[in-house]
Design a protein around this ligand. Structure first.
Ligand code: MG
Length: 253
């Protein structure tokens, strides 16, 4: 395993990141409010881009590794990395993961949430609730002196106790002047293992949790990742800072 080199942030840098986080969180919340049956993922994407730019940020996702959108918009069995397009229309009973971020003064904020389109089945609502709760179980472990494995273990335990599949192939990451920095932040792991958490570490914790199997594959467009069994998947994410006072959520309005 390669050694990781996380870039620790000073208190003032963490303060500066909060503006990127604030705009990311606001864009995500506002995008969630326009989700309804009949809207295309292209429409949601352009709304997100407009909101981010209006608030003084630039969409961090646009052009990243060649991604065409300002947000990854992933419906139902798509776990992550859905390309926004005019043909993908939200239908009643769907769920949509919205993953977006804003860059402000060179700092990136990264966050995601999964929203119901109209009325969804109770079993799918339970998947959303558990995935969101597992994110906060993970965040609670982001304490100085804990290890990366403690975060993943908390998420994995919470979800597997409920019979859900924890995606292995895609994981959280460090965040800073780049969207993806060290360290890797898996949603599974063993307590006390992995990198020791230090003050100034800023990471995106992002459980991707499936109703069925954790196995997944990339579709033909080379971006979208879907579950192997076609069952739905949920995704929630916050960028957080590890501080002496405990975890601080950066992607917050
Ligand atoms: Mg992320």
């Amino acid at each position: 395993m390669q050694k990781e080199h996380p870039i620790l942030k000073s208190k003032s840098e963490i303060e500066a990141m909060k503006e990127a986080g604030r705009i990311s969180a606001k864009a995500l919340r506002m995008a969630g409010e326009i989700v309804q049956p009949g809207i295309s993922t292209a429409e949601i994407d352009s709304y997100i881009e407009n909101v981010i730019r209006m608030l003084g940020g630039t969409p961090s996702f646009k052009g990243l590794y060649g991604f065409p959108g300002s947000a990854c918009l992933s419906l139902n069995d798509m776990i992550v990395h859905g390309i926004p397009n005019k043909r993908t229309i939200c239908q009643n009973g769907d769920i949509i993961s919205i993953d977006t971020g804003a860059t402000v003064d060179g700092w990136v904020g990264d966050n995601a949430a999964t929203f119901a389109v109209g009325t969804i089945k109770p079993q799918i609502q339970a998947l959303l609730d558990a995935t969101k709760a597992s994110l906060y179980e993970g965040i609670a472990q982001a304490q100085v002196g804990n290890h990366i494995g403690d975060i993943g273990h908390a998420i994995q335990t919470y979800c597997e106790e409920r019979g859900l599949g924890v995606v292995r192939d895609y994981i959280g990451h460090g965040v800073g002047r780049k969207m993806h920095e060290d360290p890797a932040v898996p949603n599974f792991g063993k307590p006390g293992r992995g990198l020791r958490l230090e003050e100034g570490l800023v990471i995106a914790i992002e459980p991707m949790i499936n109703l069925g199997t954790h196995n997944c594959h990339v579709i033909l467009d080379g971006w979208g990742v879907v579950t192997d069994d076609g069952l739905p998947s949920a995704h929630f994410e916050n960028t957080i800072a590890v501080t002496a006072d405990g975890p601080v959520i950066i992607t917050k309005e």
